[in-house]
Ligand binder design. Sequence first.
Ligand code: HEC
Length: 119
Amino acid sequence: MPSPSRWPELRAGLVLIGGLAAVPLALAADDAQQMARGKALFTQTQPACAVCHTLAAAGSEGQVGPVLDELKPDAERVRKVLRAGLGAMPSFADKLSAADIEALAVFVSRASGGAPRSP
Ligand code: HEC
């Protein structure tokens, strides 16, 4: 039995453990949210990624840019092209928030197979 003077520490420990157990759940929910948001942005951003790119998971068949299902870009590659643009692809830095860019990076890399399904 811990001495009574250690109760506050013990309680703090339990709160910490409870908090840690909630993290994987929160991450999973966050992940699903990122995927849904990224998918919506893929077809709704102006100009839409879908107009220029083929990505099966988004049901798009654009022919202007590379087929993302074949390119399989990782998240960092998606972030980079969205911020800076590349060749005929415009930069989206002034159209998308940092959170939007992140959601697209997660969605495009996962959906195309450029990133493993679980981190
Ligand atoms: C106007 C057409 C157009 C639109 C809209 C467009 N892209 Fe692109 N994208 C391109 C072209 C063209 C390239 C190839 C650029 C090159 O390699 O010179 C490209 C390249 C890419 C690449 C590969 C970058 C690399 O490192 O090779 C990714 C990833 C990508 N686009 C994602 C997106 C996403 C996500 C969106 C929507 C936010 C989007 N694109 C919107 C035309 C477009």
